[in-house]
Write a protein that binds this ligand. Structure first.
Ligand SMILES: *[C@@H]1O[C@H](CO)[C@@H](O)[C@H](O)[C@H]1NC(C)=O
Ligand SMILES: *[C@@H]1O[C@H](CO)[C@@H](O)[C@H](O)[C@H]1NC(C)=O
Length: 257
């Protein structure tokens, strides 16, 4: 008995070393079944690849607590569990995984994070928002328009409706009321006209700017919101005030007749 046992043991060791034990593969019925199907005309390799494909997907859900909506970002992991029928000898995930490794398939983890197209942003990990028109994320995540209206990434300001050169109301320091091409009021900066782009419609201006039709520039110009303009153009103002005479909120252009 002892002898038989020892013989069997050495027989197993021999078989294992002959079939390559260096990669830790156990050439049992499970491995043979998987390998037999790992030919170009059969799905063995593809099945193993699918089995080894883990996906981690960023998802969001919303929860309303006391009328406030919270966006919750979480990651959902999907791990395939289907073992094909031809590999029934594999007796469980560990053996099937081992056999798949032994035919050279390696596990792959794919992380899927939603990407947002032009003009849209994922705010706080949430779904893509159209920040050109979303009044809760106007021009930037979390920029809420009191007016409920967002035009090309800029909040409409109803109290600025109806302004025109000669009667431009103030809406802050160096900020004046203008109206844009769709006739809504907004709060823009009193800045030099010279570098401003000509426009006919809001779409002619870059995101975050609207086509101002009521300035004192004598032409329609693309204007950013006042707060934004002061933040990004503050340094440009210094010095340029002396060289440019025309201002969006300057004196009305002289009458032609
Ligand atoms: C054993 O397996 C390893 C890993 O798959 C491989 O690199 C090596 O060439 C194999 N050796 C033999 C003798 O088949
Ligand atoms: C706009 O700025 C110019 C240049 O500083 C100034 O002359 C003009 O009075 C300002 N207009 C308004 C309406 O504040």
């Amino acid at each position: 008995m002892r002898f038989t046992t020892a013989f069997l043991l050495s027989g197993v060791l021999y078989a294992a070393s002959a079939t390559n034990i260096s990669n830790g593969c156990n050439h049992d019925n499970c491995y043979r079944a998987v390998k037999a199907d790992a030919f170009p005309t059969r799905p063995g390799t593809a099945d193993c690849s699918s089995y080894f494909s883990t996906t981690i997907e960023q998802k969001t859900s919303t929860k309303v607590v006391r009328r406030v909506t919270f966006t919750i970002t979480y990651f959902e992991t999907t791990i395939p569990t289907h073992i094909p029928a031809y590999a029934s000898a594999c007796d469980g995930p560990a053996k099937y995984s081992s056999a798949c490794s032994c035919i050279g398939v390696t596990p792959v983890t794919t992380t899927i994070i939603p990407t947002c197209g032009p003009g849209t942003l994922s705010c706080y990990g949430g779904p893509c928002r159209d920040v050109l028109s979303d009044p809760n994320n106007c021009g930037a995540c979390g920029n809420k328009c009191g007016s409920g209206s967002c035009v090309n990434g800029q909040c409409s300001v109803p109290s600025c409706d109806g302004s025109s050169c000669g009667s431009l109301n103030s809406c802050g320091v160096d900020c004046l009321c203008f109206k844009e091409a769709s006739n809504k009021g907004f709060c823009g900066p009193n800045i030099s006209c010279a570098p401003l782009k000509d426009c006919d419609a809001n779409g002619d201006c870059k995101a975050g700017e609207v086509c101002a039709t009521s300035t004192c520039c004598g032409r329609n110009v693309c204007l950013s919101s006042c707060a934004l303009a002061r933040r990004s153009l503050a340094s440009n103002f210094v010095g340029s005030r002396d060289v440019n005479e025309a201002w969006t909120g300057g004196a009305p252009p002289p009458a032609l007749f």
